[in-house]
Design a protein around this ligand. Sequence first.
Ligand code: GDP
Ligand code: MG
Length: 140
Amino acid sequence: MAVTRTFSIIKPDATRRNLTGAVTKMLEEAGLRVVASKRIRMTKEQAEGFYGVHRERPFFNDLVTFMMSGPVVVQVLEGEDAVKRNRDVMGATNPANAEPGTIRKELAESIEANSVHGSDSDENAATEIAFFFKPEEIVG
Ligand code: GDP
Ligand code: MG
């Protein structure tokens, strides 16, 4: 299996509860390496642009407001089959449906405040990484 990259966000519910380290530890224990990381406050433009694919969904405005409600940590993760590896350790979108041992089952608050984002394909990973990082900010 090839070593690839994916894009992750530690969401405001997790930074607010001081869980940046706890989330990162679970990512690392799943075989992912943090090769870029920065703590930012998302602007409305960034939140709307990043989640543009969900613009027509009923929860879009709530989601944008939530993503701006506190600091987030954007990260590039590297590992074998990184997209799937990350999605597996994240768990289901709704923490109530997530498997034990996953980040969302163990740490998330709700279907919206679910602690982490992770890219869902290699193509989207590349787009999402480029949305937040310059190539020189990624140190493999
Ligand atoms: P993900 O890929 O597992 O993060 O899930 P989606 O891409 O389907 O949704 C993006 C994000 O929107 C989720 O991570 C949640 O934060 C939020 N979200 C998804 N479904 C719902 C919902 O039914 N209600 C609310 N309030 N937020 C949702
Ligand atoms: Mg998604």
